[in-house]
Design a protein around this ligand. Structure first.
Ligand SMILES: Cc1cc2nc3c(=O)[nH]c(=O)nc-3n(C[C@H](O)[C@H](O)[C@H](O)COP(=O)(O)OP(=O)(O)OC[C@H]3O[C@@H](n4cnc5c(N)ncnc54)[C@H](O)[C@@H]3O)c2cc1C
Length: 475
């Protein structure tokens, strides 16, 4: 899925930049695009041969598969991603997804419409005894979202929920256990169940999705990443692919530049790290850094990783009744199953179809010795599971690919294939997550290891925020 002309050659590298960004995940690309547009001499360095991090696609036998991200929130023109693209002059076609998701539980299923009012009404019809509470809950969710986005520190709504889990928030509104299960049914997007996740983290994700639905970039998620990479390049910024940053240099607690795996040293006024925060502070920086900050980071919990299955299927398989969304099993296990070709037929050759799965795994990364065995077992088990919903599926498979936490780690260097950076628990959200500004002067963090948190919409916001912080600092 490489697009020619995005990367400069190593020989074109300059010896000094205003800003070097490590990692061409969406957070890094957005930061880079804004800084380059504002006239900063900007370099983005990426170890993979394509930009996008988790927002990339790959091709097998003519089928285009999205590596990880399956849809994006906040892309309408008034929401964060839409506004960001408008500012950068990026034009990209999206398919709007409606319903945005389905929730499939062992004993019932429910569709989530791509509009918060329709969702509210459908829940009120299904749970009439909770009608008033549902109204109050959605009003509160919107108020809380506004308080978070406007950073209204003194907001009583924020005060009521900050420091509480999303589970506690649901308990304070509802009695019906099934309704609470439904309203928590998308927790997989942040990787921690309702009893652990912060109400503010869940609120941001839900409102971003529920307000105007979810969006799929035409042609695959790689097109989304490429659009930001092209914007960076069009504004005069440099993107260097297939190069890894191996050291960040500091002098008197201030960044001075980086060393690449080729040995080349490049100086910079600012460095933005869009990579695993632990890699940044424990591997790339050799000098002494604020000990309290590092000790806190050492004690932090990393988000889970997943098993992924990608199937290319022949045109004869009937997927007309298939529902995209979270399929829940007991013990906090779920699979997110989608059929991207039902949204965008151009992803497969000659009427072909696709099913992709993101699945929780019970095995712990450090306990896994035989990764091939893990991949084979989960591939077979997931296909068996899918056949309950799509009979005879295995007779129609033309392409099978699978990925494990180790695959995700290899392609993005997120440690243990962490899907969302730090785990989104109560303790590690908002002020509990390392901020965009670090204790090292002129070193900033953008992406899902910092605020506001994981998901494409959130990392767009973090990349944009960091660009503004640097520009403000300069002024
Ligand atoms: C399976 C899965 C499904 C997901 N589904 C969705 C979804 O549907 N919607 C959604 O919004 N979010 C989803 N997410 C979450 C979302 O993908 C991430 O939160 C987000 O993309 C992270 O972006 P980032 O900017 O932090 O960078 P990353 O995507 O983590 O990219 C970091 C980049 O830095 C590069 N890098 C690392 N170290 C170095 C180095 N030393 N030198 C140079 N380059 C380096 C890596 O190669 C990588 O390209 C999903 C995540 C996973 C794993």
């Amino acid at each position: 899925m490489a697009e020619h002309g995005l990367s400069i050659k190593k020989t074109q590298l300059q010896s000094k930049y205003d800003v070097i960004i490590i990692g061409a995940g969406i957070g890094g690309l957005v930061s880079g695009a804004f800084l380059a547009k504002s006239g900063k001499k900007t370099l983005v360095v990426e170890q993979h041969n394509i930009p996008g991090g988790y927002c990339t696609s790959f091709k097998r036998k003519g089928y285009v598969f999205d590596s990880a991200v399956h849809h994006i929130g906040g892309c309408s023109k008034h929401s964060i991603v839409g506004r960001c693209m408008k500012e950068l002059g990026i034009e990209l076609e999206f398919f709007g997804l409606d319903p945005m998701d389905s929730l499939v539980f062992p004993s019932f299923s429910i569709d989530i419409p791509a509009d918060i009012d329709s969702y509210k009404s459908s829940l009120q019809q299904r749970y009439p005894a909770e009608k008033e509470n549902i109204s109050r809950f959605f009003d509160e969710l919107i108020k809380l979202y506004r308080a978070i986005i406007n950073e209204s520190e003194n907001s009583p709504t924020l005060e009521r929920h900050r420091g509480h889990t999303y589970g506690a928030m649901l308990d304070s509104f509802f009695d019906d256990p099934e309704l609470k299960t439904v309203l928590a049914g998308q927790w997989g997007y942040l990787g921690s169940p309702a009893r652990e996740i912060s109400s503010t983290g869940m609120c941001q994700m839900l409102v971003n999705y529920l307000r105007d639905g979810a969006f799929y970039p035409k042609g695959g998620t790689q097109n989304f990443a490429n659009a930001f990479a092209r914007s960076l390049r069009d504004s005069g910024g440099d993107l260097l692919l297939s190069s890894r940053v191996e050291e960040i240099f500091l002098k008197d607690n201030r960044v001075t530049g980086v060393r690449l795996d080729s040995g080349k040293e490049i100086s910079a006024e600012y460095v933005v790290s869009n990579i695993d925060a632990r890699q940044t502070f424990f591997d790339l920086i050799k000098e002494e850094v604020d000990r309290t900050y590092l000790d806190r980071m050492r004690g932090m919990k990393v988000s889970p990783s997943y098993f992924l299955l990608y199937l290319g299927l022949d045109p004869a398989l009937d997927l007309s009744d298939f529902r995209r969304g979270f399929y829940h099993s007991p013990n906090d296990q779920w699979k997110y199953i989608s059929a991207p070709t039902k949204v965008d037929k151009s992803l497969a050759p000659k009427g072909g179809q696709e099913i992709t799965v993101v699945a929780t795994i019970e095995e712990k990364y450090d306990d896994i010795e035989d990764w091939k065995d893990l991949k084979d077992r989960h591939t077979k088990g997931t296909i068996r599971y899918l056949e309950d919903f799509v009979p005879n599926l295995s007779k129609h498979i033309e392409v099978i690919e699978a990925a494990t936490p180790r695959t995700l780690e290899r392609y993005t260097l997120n440690s243990k294939g962490a899907a969302y950076g730090w785990a989104v628990t109560l303790e590690q959200s908002g002020p509990g997550r390392p901020g965009n500004k670090t204790p090292v002067d002129n070193l900033y963090l953008a992406g899902h290891w910092t605020n506001p948190g994981p998901g494409v919409c959130a990392v767009v916001s973090s990349g944009w925020r960091v660009a503004n912080m640097i520009l403000r600092n300069e002024r």
